[in-house]
Design a protein around this ligand. Sequence first.
Ligand code: FMN
Length: 187
Amino acid sequence: MEFSEVVITRRSVRDFLPDPIPQEVLEEILEAGRLAPSAQNRQPWRYIVFTDNAEIKKLALNTGLIGLSNIFIRSAPCLIIACADTKKNVRINQQDYYLVDTAISFQQMVLAAWNRGVGSCWLAAFSEKKLRAYLRIPKSWRIVALSPFGYPADKKSLYSKTLTAFAGSKDRLPLSETVTFYPSEKK
Ligand SMILES: Cc1cc2nc3c(=O)[nH]c(=O)nc-3n(C[C@H](O)[C@H](O)[C@H](O)COP(=O)(O)O)c2cc1C
């Protein structure tokens, strides 16, 4: 795909075909995350990759997905948990950059995946405490996000349609509300 097409057509995917992601595609996705920029090039991201659907199902049932609203991950053939090692953090102007760095890296993976027709959906609604215990994640790591990855199913479930409508997922603010040119032309 053209880069602009990747950006324009990407949407959160919550319904997946069971087909596994071929190894070379998965490697391309992970490589896109690896190449991301980060503050002082500290590369704090650490990824835990699931490619066994039975393990994803277990994870979905045992790790406190908030309000069960994210239970749709159980249909995915792949799940990636994006963590950040806070030992690699850079703090500038009272801002911790490990979250920014990891988000940039993970979003590169999301776009690289979509470029190969692989859908995903950022998830924030999970219990970090439960996931941490379940996966025995090191103390210095934070869990930043997780996302299922897989080929989109032909039909969206009523559940995912409702979620999309609830979040108003198609709406975006106009540039006039989010961008200010300086100096302003208006007097
Ligand atoms: C940081 C972040 C956290 C999100 N958490 C969730 C979540 O827990 N569950 C979910 O279904 N979608 C989640 N989403 C997906 C958003 O609802 C979605 O990106 C937004 O509605 C725009 O829709 P689109 O991705 O289809 O363009 C999250 C997205 C981001 C970036």
